[in-house]
Design a protein around this ligand. Structure first.
Ligand code: SAH
Length: 351
């Protein structure tokens, strides 16, 4: 038994079966044994590879988007550049390099704020970004004022609740303990009559809360947000909870704290929450469509022309990985939101 499995088993023994959102929060965020606190999730040696870790071009194109957002905001002389869940800091580093190159006055205007709960990852971000950066445990800590918010593979890590319809009744999925191992179980739940037998539906109160807070910020001060994650454009039933270890799926009850635990983001629900907060939400795009419209192929060709043949074919493979329909291009979605008075930013609303 992992130390965290022991802790979870004890809580269940004392309090009864545990809701999935609490289980996820403990697996990912337990101060000592939580996955993001204790493990190295990223890269070939870790459990998964994220887009900024695939290629520098991902962050560069997002940097270009940020420059356009700043221009649309009226080039404020002070703006917070906020990233939620920055991982190793790779995306922010690529974004900052691009901003310095493309828009020096914007580079002068920005202050970087990172929302990160893992002390271990904060250390890595400090090394990657070496500069004037402030860390916060939540968006609430970021000072008020104009801001641009970025989040890549952040929302998928926030806890969800799951409900399942069985024999005409809804039940909540919970984690139980039978004396020797953790297992998934069901607890009766009070939920509306919609849905068919076998349906699983997911709610993410923690996501809604952050998305609403982003919307409220955008309503109070000029700003823009770009949210990238895997998930679906339209709400639909389905069990999307998944545990990953060494690039393979494992059961969600396996070795808690040692595996990444995530679920697909419901972009319709996310957009609704940003809208409820007062932000203006633009129709989300598939990642492949977004990146190609931002110039993925051109930038790849530009870098490839200067590289040796091996590096050049690697760049082309990386672009395919980011935008290819069979790879990250379709599963991942990109959602933009702005202050209500701002125009729909490119390339949203164009395709
Ligand atoms: N954006 C990075 C990392 C994605 S992994 C990339 O694309 O490579 C998820 C990140 O969110 C990690 O940095 C993790 O520590 C952070 N995180 C997870 N839950 C969080 C929470 N509740 N509040 C703040 N950060 C969180």
């Amino acid at each position: 038994m992992s130390p965290l499995e022991q802790i979870i088993a004890e809580i269940i023994a004392a309090e009864g079966p545990m809701r999935i959102d609490r289980y996820m929060a403990l697996c990912l965020g337990h101060p000592e044994h939580g996955y993001y606190m204790a493990r190295e999730p990223f890269g070939a040696e870790g459990d998964f590879v994220t887009a900024p870790e695939v290629s520098q071009v991902f962050g560069e194109l997002i940097g270009v988007w940020c420059v356009a957002a700043w221009a649309a905001m009226g080039q404020p002389r002070a703006v917070s550049l906020v990233e939620l869940g920055p991982g190793r800091g790779t995306l922010m580093s690529d974004v900052l390099r691009t901003i310095r190159k493309a828009a020096p006055p914007m580079a002068q205007a920005i202050k970087v704020h990172l929302v990160e709960t893992s002390e271990r990852l904060r250390q890595i971000q400090r090394r990657t970004l070496a500069g004037d950066v402030q860390w916060h445990n939540s968006l609430e800590g970021v000072p008020e004022g104009p801001m641009i918010v970025l989040a890549n593979e952040f929302f998928d890590a926030l806890p969800i609740r799951q409900f399942e319809k069985r024999q005409g009744r809804w039940a909540e999925r919970v984690i139980g303990f039978d004396g020797s191992r953790l297992s998934l179980g069901l607890m009766p739940a009070e939920l509306g009559p919609q849905g068919q037998d076998g349906d699983v539906i997911e709610f993410a109160p923690a996501r809604t809360e952050v998305a609403r807070a982003i919307g409220e910020r955008l309503a109070r001060s000029k700003g823009a947000a770009l949210i990238v994650d895997y998930g679906h454009l339209v709400s639909a039933p389905g069990d999307t909870l998944q545990a990953m270890r060494k690039h393979a799926h494992v059961p969600v009850t396996e070795s808690p704290g040692d595996c990444d635990l995530t679920s697909h983001v419901d972009f319709e629900a996310l957009g609704r929450a940003i809208g409820a907060g007062g932000g203006r939400v633009h129709r989300a795009l598939e990642q492949g469509v977004f990146l190609n419209a931002m110039g993925l192929q051109q930038r790849t060709q530009q870098l490839a022309a200067k590289a040796d043949p091996a590096a050049s074919s690697r760049l082309i493979r990386q672009a395919e990985r980011l935008a290819g329909g069979e790879q990250m291009g379709k599963l991942f979605k990109v959602l933009a939101a702005t202050s209500p008075e701002l125009e729909t930013p490119y390339p949203f609303g164009r395709t």
